[in-house]
Design a protein around this ligand. Structure first.
Ligand code: FAD
Length: 364
């Protein structure tokens, strides 16, 4: 490898890629981070809500400037016939984020940690060479991380497993409107408008964010799964009268929901975050997992390249979350999400306890 070649090349400068690159650079690796977008604050495809577990378990995230977040402590969960259950868990909170500027902040942190960040640079292919990988015409590296999201080109290039099970989420930013309870995440169970998931709305840092996600079956095509935002807004109008509110921006994309992919590592290549399917099949939250495992894999790769420690693929096999129970819940929800069940049972103790578990992880 030449003197300019990085030790580690990371593809994708979102949560998983930034975490991995920052941690590996902190531990002494020469890291390059490539990202196809010229500005990571554009074409945002996430609601951007952070759970407090992510903040509490990683000191780095505690440095996020307070102006980029706002705290949400209550869940207002609505049955399909719009009856409400209010859920709270002392000490537990969610952070709504100014996501475009959070992404820009993360990339700035990577640069500050010594990562060679190359925006506007797409990964288009690579090949294995002795002791590493080569991106023809670009560079060589001792290790490659695919943090390039749910339709990973790195996975395709190296014969790793693709993500096969998805939800498709669409969210609108609604300027010039407010939700009555700015401290709440409003969640709506409705098979018609959010089959396989929920609809949601909350006061974001700059606008109300409201959307739905549905089960996406590749064979039936994206159009089949596209949530009907107008229909959803009409459905929730008795609670949140958004009809006619100006839609100022849209965030949309595929969300892995089938758990960890089978083959997520090869010789000197590893997938993290959405590329590896590390998203909760129940909540569809992936930011915490992307950050946690990205950070940990940055450590593992540094240990491997600098001290000959265990192969990072092996570390990943031991530590990546498999979501066995949550995959079972996902299966149940896919097949038994009937509105009458939630209309009849949402107020019961058992259902409240289940909801408390899903939102607050047993801290009810
Ligand atoms: C509508 C929606 C709402 C969501 N809301 C939440 C939420 O509120 N909370 C939560 O925890 N999770 C949420 N998720 C899931 C969460 O966004 C993802 O799990 C998380 O973003 C995964 O991070 P990542 O770094 O693995 O991948 P991504 O965020 O997908 O980032 C991949 C990056 O790789 C880049 N890239 C892709 N291909 C290439 C290439 N060939 N070359 C170079 N760069 C490339 C992309 O531009 C992108 O920057 C949501 C998802 C969707 C779709």
């Amino acid at each position: 490898m030449s003197a300019e070649s990085p030790d580690l090349l990371v593809v994708g400068a979102s949560f998983a890629g930034c975490a991995c690159a920052i941690r590996a650079a902190q531990l002494g690796l020469k890291v390059r981070l490539i990202e196809r977008k010229r500005d990571v604050g554009t074409r945002i495809h996430t609601t951007g809500i952070l759970v407090c577990d992510a903040i509490n378990s990683n000191h780095f995230l505690q440095n996020i400037p307070s102006g980029l977040t706002r705290r949400i402590e209550t869940i207002r969960l609505f049955s399909p016939d719009l009856h409400e259950v209010v859920l709270r868990s002392p000490g537990y909170y969610f952070l709504a984020t100014d996501t475009p500027n959070l992404m820009r902040w993360l990339v700035a942190q990577a640069s500050a940690a010594g990562v060679d960040v190359r925006l506007g640079t797409a990964f288009t292919g690579a090949r294995a060479i002795s002791g590493g990988i080569e991106l023809p015409g670009q560079t060589r590296a001792h290790f490659l991380v695919g943090a390039d999201g749910p339709q990973s080109s790195v996975a395709r290039t190296f014969g790793l497993s693709p993500v096969r099970h998805f939800l498709f989420g669409v969210e609108h930013e609604l300027a010039q409107t407010k939700v009555p309870d700015a401290n709440a995440l409003y969640c709506f169970l409705t098979r018609r408008h959010a089959r396989g998931y929920i609809g949601w709305a909350f006061q974001g840092t700059h606008a109300v964010q409201a959307g739905t996600a549905m089960r996406y079956r590749a064979a039936q095509g994206r159009a089949h799964a596209l949530p009907d935002a107008s229909g959803f807004f009409r459905h929730i109008a008795p609670v949140l009268p958004f009809d006619g509110a100006h839609k100022s921006a849209v965030r949309a994309g595929l969300i892995p929901c089938g758990g960890l992919v089978e083959k997520f590592a090869g010789p000197r290549v590893l997938l993290v975050g959405d590329a590896a399917g590390l998203v909760s099949p129940v909540t569809a939250g992936g930011i915490h997992m992307a950050w946690k495992h990205g950070w940990h894999m940055g450590e593992a790769i540094a240990g491997y390249l600098l001290r000959g420690a265990v192969d990072p693929g092996e570390v990943a096999r031991r530590t990546y979350t498999r979501f066995a129970f949550k995959r079972l819940l996902r299966w149940g929800y896919d097949y038994f999400q009937y509105d009458w069940i939630f209309n009849a049972l949402l107020h019961t103790r058992a259902m409240r306890a289940a909801a408390q578990e899903v939102y607050f992880h047993r801290r009810g």
